[in-house]
Design a protein around this ligand. Structure first.
Ligand code: KG4
Ligand code: ZN
Length: 332
């Protein structure tokens, strides 16, 4: 059993402030405060994000402790996202974690945000290795080959936009809200994915590219709107369904290729975009058709959350790692 039986996880890398209590492998609380302030701007405004984290961080931690019925003195360690992310956002969580570590005289463990997304898989599953994982978030799109725990190699990644950006930028062009992924997903549910055709990118090996599809949507909308100014409103569901179909197809094409090349025992899907209903469905279908086990976190563990930070922290502490209080957060 882990020497550190009760861990507080803190996440504040972008626009969600989250705190979680991990106890002996179980999540007792996972509390998150979102920041609707960014919706009006169509994207995260870093200065507003840091300010909102400042107001949310203590209430969110208190709420997690209350829900788990754990006192600060019961904690054995503090795990916190150290990076990558927005510097001003990271600093709020990181300095709070340092303060708690200092005051309680308990170890601090800095967690890499992407390793944490992968750790979300270990919260609910006994995983079979080697594990091929597709990590799709607002800032990253990566194919990871994981030999065990947090030992992983990046075998493919996006050369430009992340899959989440492809959704967010499309939603912006379509006049939908931010973050765009959930909006596109919802509209796509009642549309025809074959109504329109969007191109896949040409990339070498297992790499991805999503800047082309976003530009093709821009030109497509311009042309159609010239002929029919009501086009976007009247065909919103079909546009979203067709666009989403191609983004998901581009992702799965590389996963398929990676399966042939690396012959994994199982497949994992993590990061905010893993909340996408079509991606979840087709990813699972692919795994089943290949005879592979598949792990996809519950919705609450897909987008940014502190439970995955606490889980990654537990795994690092178990390996004997700790982070000195002098360590700084890193943006990239
Ligand atoms: O992992 P995450 O919460 O934050 C980052 O670390 O970036 O991912 C956020 C991304 C956003 O781009 C958002 O639009 C996308 O995840 N997302 C979705 C869905 N839910 C969230 N994309 C497509 N379909 C969804 N249902
Ligand atoms: Zn994330």
């Amino acid at each position: 059993m882990n020497r550190y039986s009760t861990i507080l996880g803190i996440e504040s890398s972008c626009d969600d402030t989250s705190a979680s209590i991990w106890k002996e492998g179980k999540i007792l609380a996972n509390e998150t405060a979102c920041q609707p302030v960014h919706e009006a701007w169509g994207g995260v405004v870093p200065e507003l994000a840091s300010r909102a984290h400042q107001s949310h961080i203590i209430p969110v931690i208190q709420s997690a402790l209350n829900k788990a019925q754990i006192r600060l003195e019961d904690l054995d360690a503090i795990a916190c996202t150290q990076g990558p992310g927005l510097m001003g956002s990271l600093m709020v969580g990181w300095n709070t974690a340092k303060g708690l570590s200092l005051a309680l005289n308990k170890p601090l463990i800095g967690v890499h945000h992407l390793q944490a997304h992968v750790s979300a898989l270990y919260l609910e599953h006994e995983v079979r290795f080697p594990l091929l994982t597709l990590l799709v978030s607002g800032g990253h799109t990566q194919l990871l080959l994981i030999t065990e725990g947090l030992n992983m190699e990046i075998i493919g990644q996006s050369q430009d936009d992340a899959a989440g950006e492809a959704f967010d930028k499309a939603a912006k062009l379509l006049g939908l809200g931010y973050p765009g992924g959930p909006h596109v997903d919802r509209w796509a549910g009642s549309g025809n994915p074959q109504a329109f055709e969007f191109p896949d990118s040409q990339t070498p090996d297992l790499d991805f590219s999503f800047s082309g599809i976003k530009t093709s949507l821009l030109y497509f909308l311009r042309k159609q709107q010239e002929q029919d100014p009501q086009f976007m409103e009247s065909r919103m569901a079909d546009i979203c369904a067709s666009y989403q179909f191609q983004v998901v197809s581009s992702l799965l094409k590389r996963v398929n290729k990676a399966i042939r090349l690396h012959k994994p025992a199982s497949l994992g899907l993590v990061g905010g975009v893993s909340a996408n209903s079509e991606l979840r469905r087709r990813f699972s279908e692919l795994a089943t058709s290949e005879g592979l086990e598949v792990y996809i976190p519950s919705f609450g563990y897909c987008t940014d959350n502190a439970a995955m930070i606490a889980q990654a922290g537990a795994m690092l502490l178990e390996k004997g790692e700790q982070t000195p209080l002098s360590a700084l957060p890193f943006a990239r």
